[in-house]
Design a protein. Structure first.
Length: 271
């Protein structure tokens, strides 16, 4: 068995271990779906009229909202990567993995892949929730699949950020804070809940180049959910090339944080 095949085999074992762990702790899945559902209901029925403006179409806003909720949900799921690694470090499980004849990269890949499985399950639940409030995919079946793949690629990229933070945190208590604190500016200074062109000054510039915005805008375009009538279309290179920018940003995040997380894993495992 060559090195690449062994890494995939080892990561498969770790992925299954983490998936089984979620099955044995269903409160993780409950928490991962409850909060997004609360956000959907809050923005769709409490804030929709105000955000859509006078005479705004609430149904159009709900369609605009769902792609942002999808992206926010999978982004916040990366906190489970953070907490999972911090918990394994604190309990000495990482040291046990290190004593086995297995690829160290596979341990991290197995964790991030398992979180992708969680993201898929959560997206299914959130899609059903969206359909119940009137959301529909207006594009083709191929575009719909590409939209979901876009969200999952972005989720996979953020899980590597979560892996690095979890290995740096080294305790569940610290991980609980670090795993979420960076998510709020990432998700709210974006086009997730409001059109980015409505943000003031510097916040609009940040939102324009925020990879989260690109992932949301690209998914909306693929789903055919353009937003309420009368809202100006976002402009600028990131908006006009949202899919390309989202893919490039996701690959760049993986290229940066995969080596950082692997390096940190080696250092953490030797202490």
């Amino acid at each position: 068995m060559n090195g690449f095949t062994k890494t995939l085999s080892d990561s498969g074992v770790i992925t299954w271990r983490n998936v089984v762990n979620v099955r044995r702790n269903p409160e993780w899945l409950f928490g991962a779906t409850l909060f997004p559902i609360m956000f959907v209901l809050l923005f769709a029925y409490v804030f929709a009229g105000a955000i859509g403006g006078p005479g705004g179409n609430d149904a159009d806003y709900r369609e605009f909202l769902i792609a942002g909720i999808f992206a926010q949900t999978v982004a916040f799921n990366s906190s489970y990567t953070v907490i999972g690694f911090a918990n394994d470090l604190q309990k000495g499980i990482i040291d046990r993995f290190r004593s086995l004849p297995m690829s160290r990269f596979a341990v991290i890949l197995g964790r991030t892949t398992a979180d992708q499985v969680l993201s898929i399950v959560v997206l299914i639940v959130m899609s059903a929730c969206g359909l119940l409030i009137g959301w529909r995919i207006r594009g083709s079946a191929v575009d719909a699949v590409l939209g979901y793949l876009m969200i999952l690629l972005f989720a996979f990229a953020l899980s590597w950020v979560g892996a690095y933070i979890g290995l740096v945190a080294r305790s569940v208590e610290v991980a609980n804070s670090l795993g979420l604190i960076w998510m709020f500016p990432l998700t709210f200074i974006s086009s997730a809940f409001v059109p980015q062109q409505s943000l003031p000054g510097i916040l609009r510039s940040i939102a324009d180049w925020n990879p989260f915005t690109a992932a949301v805008n690209a998914t909306r375009e693929l789903f055919g959910n353009t937003g309420p009538t009368g809202w100006p279309a976002p402009s600028g290179w990131p908006a006009e090339n949202a899919a390309l920018y989202a893919v490039l940003s996701s690959l760049a995040i993986i290229a940066i944080f995969a080596p950082l997380a692997t390096s940190r894993y080696r250092k953490a495992a030797t202490k």
